[in-house]
Ligand binder design. Sequence first.
Ligand SMILES: Cc1ncc(C[n+]2csc(CCOP(=O)(O)OP(=O)(O)O)c2C)c(N)n1
Ligand SMILES: [Mg+2]
Length: 545
Amino acid sequence: MARLTGGQALVQSLLKEGVDTVFGIPGIQLDWAYDALYAERDRIKVVHTRHEQATAYMADGYARTTGKVGVYLVVPGPGVLNTTAALSTAYSTNSKVLCLTGQIQSDSIDVGRGLLHEIPDQIGLLRHLTKWAASPRTPAEIPGAVHEAFRQMKSGRPRPTAIEVPLDVLAAEREVSLGEPLPAVLESGDPAALQRAAEVLGKAERPLILAGGGVIAAEAWAELLALAEALSAPVVMTNNGLGAVPSSHTLGFPALALPHLLPDADAILAIGTRLIQGGGRPVTPPTGVPFIRIDADGGQFFRGGAPTIGIVADAKLALASLVDLVGSSNRSRPDRSPELAALKSMIAEDIGTIEPQGSFGRVLREEMPDDAIFVGESTQVGYWLQSSGLTIDKPRSFLTSGYQGTLGYGFPTALGAQVGNRNKRVISINGDGGFMFNVQELATAVQHEIPLITVVFDDGAYGNVRRIQQNQFGGRTIASELKNPGFAALGEVFGLQGLRATGPDELRQALRDALAHQGPSLIEVPVGRMPIIAQHLQSRAAARA
Ligand SMILES: Cc1ncc(C[n+]2csc(CCOP(=O)(O)OP(=O)(O)O)c2C)c(N)n1
Ligand SMILES: [Mg+2]
């Protein structure tokens, strides 16, 4: 027991959980919490931003590239509301983000007097956007709430959590016991079901594995590769699961491979995936083919295709069991390597021949180090990277916005990734539209010396939207043209290295200059209209047929 303010109890509990970085913006309800952070400034780095949305995006980028919990601390009401697009992105990507926020004084919550930053039912709002949320009402309750939040994020399906603390609770000094981190609860899966699954997979001649973000979240990549190699089974990764198996491995495939591999599979294992493909269509296994699903969240089973064998389990534990169990009953299989290699080169050719995306994308891969972290956006070159243009050989080295498709997430998420990975290079790929959602965070890159490389492809439009208006709505373009600043010059004004590259060759040189530079760089790339990837792929397929 120690006498602590609520603010000190919060910060000491975070330290118990190993937190070394907090993203945030202070304000009157949080003064006691920030003062407690001041006292621990040698152990916890506070990264403040220019808008709350960036605090949550940075926490998400930090969490998804390190495997640690990303923490942010913002004022209640408008402050926490500013973070909700990022919080829903973290929810859709199973990201371990802890939202910490204040609250008006505890005796006035939901009375509706209209106190500063008051909103009705803030905790209800937070519950809708997280896996678990709590509202401690005394300093003594704070450590328990923090430890439970961390336990929730480490157990089962990871998703964001939230804690709101009223300002009088942060200020009050009481006897507080700090407690200890709580053990995670991970399901190992029903042994009989795992045994049956191993038999089905072992007997199959052409087994197929579908891997989603759950494999990355559970750090199950080594077990997945061991099982895939034991079964000689190709692994199709969803965008969120990219990196689960190296894309340069014979068995590693992007989602584009699914239509080629699914029809001939004679047993399917889907692990940590919602089983949704492009356009929101469900992945439907061929009828009569044994279909095994493993997920930390059993609620997934009724939403996607109902499995023949459904196992609620942590991906790492279940895959490790399957590797063991499949050993004895595993048959020998005809060599599929020529077929799989042909499929790989067909996909590479299909996606590689779309221009200018292909040339830009190849330059990005060639110039960035092998272990670089790429953060995409809802922009043309970003789509190309995630459609399998980019070779992704390491888990946690490629981030998407998951099913939120949140325009503007990329730049601040990449800043957070760079904060968590000081020893790696991180690159953020943006369109002019999405980048300006968080352009003010250029100041954050400079202030906190975050050496991120940021590329902005400037087509003077919400290009995606403009193209749809031009192609499907008789050219009636509305609200899609953009008048932009010169981005390289803008970067210089903020204190970054500003670079301008016209075309892929100049982008190569600009990347070399950015990599040689100590601080953050912003590369402006003026571009014209780019062709639609889906149409390009359709015409390639039609030409083959
Ligand atoms: C939060 C949010 N608002 C709006 C959209 C709709 N939207 C998707 S792509 C896009 C345009 C993107 O423009 P830009 O970033 O310049 O990329 P480009 O398509 O031009 O390459 C818009 C408005 C979205 N996905 N998310
Ligand atoms: Mg654009």
